[in-house]
Write a protein that binds this ligand. Structure first.
Ligand code: GUN
Ligand code: ZN
Length: 427
């Protein structure tokens, strides 16, 4: 039974409030499938007699903080090399950079190379669970799942469905795309810690037949995830209105095809009205809030306040390569800036504990993985990071002056990056 002694950050499972102990014990134990799970977490003085008294080796990490591994609710592994491609907005960015680049994933060797780099980069940044797009090529899914499985990571991924308004090289064929999706579900979903997501790219690049087929698969495989994009950009929304004139809204297109339910995750959700927000809540569908992407592509600002008022679930996401960083610290800081836009009228800001929760336990909850990942309470899978608040002279100086947990977390959010992640441990 591995035992760790250090500072420990976790979240109250019911309230989401952060719990922080300066001197804590974390004990984990392998379950019958070989996954390490938390068996005890709490203050050293309360738990050490029971868990550390029998001569077990103890990993002592003075000056370090153990915290839940980060959960990235929306990322594109094939866009690792698209980061930083300038464009006037979403649609020219897709046409000029993203689609041409994604066509390269028809080559399984290339997909394998990028998948390996991508998984390394997630772990270097402390991201232990990611919900990720692949490309339309089925081999792109095999490449990523193979890499993730080798590291025993919890990755949720799927083959992109896009059978129209897409160039040669990335466009798929309706019937075959649905056959491929079902084959990949059977090959990968539930294998070790892997999950499959049915992945229509976005409404404009799928025919009615493809969306209908995706909805049928979503009904047949209830515990498989669904991921797509919605209401990101005003030109995109105009286009959807032309293509689906009968739908009440862009979001309603997905609902009309049976693509809104629990375990469905929609990136962006910026340009919503109150009906859309109520629909998200009623269907148990989650938003993947992607602030670095929304700032980079000038898409708009997610409205945290209205999301909370409506009561739908959301979590944070990098959306690499529209997003500009793999680092959860960069994403949390961008969410803070975006949140101030939404909250400006009330003169409020997102709180450090809330930002951190939205990228760990809150994101896990939104993805239907509450109590599984994103937290370090007993029963959770033991995916965690070891943070080093002495990682740089400035972070050391600033964090040493923090007077309470909020100040400590906020200093790390504002100043942190991959240097703060000393180690990432996969359950
Ligand atoms: N909408 C459709 N495809 C994409 C994509 O790859 N990235 C983003 N940000 N939005 C999209
Ligand atoms: Zn995206």
């Amino acid at each position: 039974m591995p035992i760790y002694r250090s500072a420990l950050l976790r979240f109250d499972a019911s309230t989401g409030k952060a719990i922080y102990e300066e001197d804590a014990l974390l004990a984990t134990q392998a379950d019958p499938t070989g996954v390490q799970r938390v068996v005890a977490a709490g203050s050293w003085s309360a738990l050490s007699a029971q868990y550390a008294g029998q001569g077990e080796p103890i990993t002592h990490l003075p000056g370090r903080i153990i915290a839940p591994g980060f959960v990235d609710l929306h990322i594109h592994y094939p866009q690792t090399d698209v980061i930083g491609s300038p464009a006037d907005g979403l649609l020219p960015w897709l046409e000029n950079y993203t689609f041409p680049h994604e066509s390269r994933f028809s080559d399984p060797a290339y997909a394998g190379d990028v998948a390996k780099f991508f998984v390394d980069e997630l772990l270097r940044n402390g991201v232990t669970t990611a919900v990720t797009f692949c490309t339309s090529h089925p081999g792109s899914v095999d490449a990523l799942m193979t890499e993730a499985q080798a590291r025993r990571m919890r990755i949720i991924a799927g083959k992109v469905l896009q059978d129209r308004h897409s160039p040669d090289g990335v466009r798929d064929e309706t019937e075959q795309s649905l056959i491929d999706t079902e084959t990949l579900i059977n090959r990968w979903h539930g294998k070790d810690r892997l999950g499959y997501a049915i992945t229509p790219r976005f409404a404009p690049t799928s025919t009615d037949a493809q969306l209908r087929g995706a909805g049928e698969l979503a009904a047949k495989y209830r515990d498989v995830w669904i991921q797509s994009h919605v209401a990101e950009n005003l030109d995109e929304i105009r286009w959807v209105r032309e293509l689906f004139p009968a739908a009440r809204s862009y979001l309603a297109v997905y609902d009309d095809f049976g693509l809104m339910r629990e375990r469905a995750i929609y990136a962006h959700c910026i340009h919503f009205d109150d009906h859309d927000r109520a629909l998200m809540r009623d269907r148990g569908t989650a938003a993947a809030v992607s602030p670095t992407s929304n700032l980079f592509l000038s898409s708009g600002y997610f409205d945290f306040l209205k999301a909370d008022e409506a009561g739908f679930q959301y979590g944070l996401a990098s959306d690499v390569g529209g997003g500009t960083s793999f680092s959860p610290f960069h994403t949390m800081l961008a969410a803070y800036y975006v949140g101030r836009e939404g909250h400006a009228k009330q003169g409020q800001s997102l709180k450090p504990q809330a930002l951190w929760w939205q990228h760990t336990a809150g994101a896990a909850k939104a993805a239907g993985l509450d109590g599984v990942v994103g937290n370090l309470q007993p029963g959770c899978e033991a995916d965690f990071v070891v943070l080093n608040p002495q990682a740089t002279p400035l972070i050391a100086r600033r964090t040493s002056q923090a007077r309470n947990l909020d100040e400590l977390l906020f200093a790390m959010i504002v100043l942190g990056d991959d240097r703060l992640i000393e180690r990432t441990v996969i359950a």
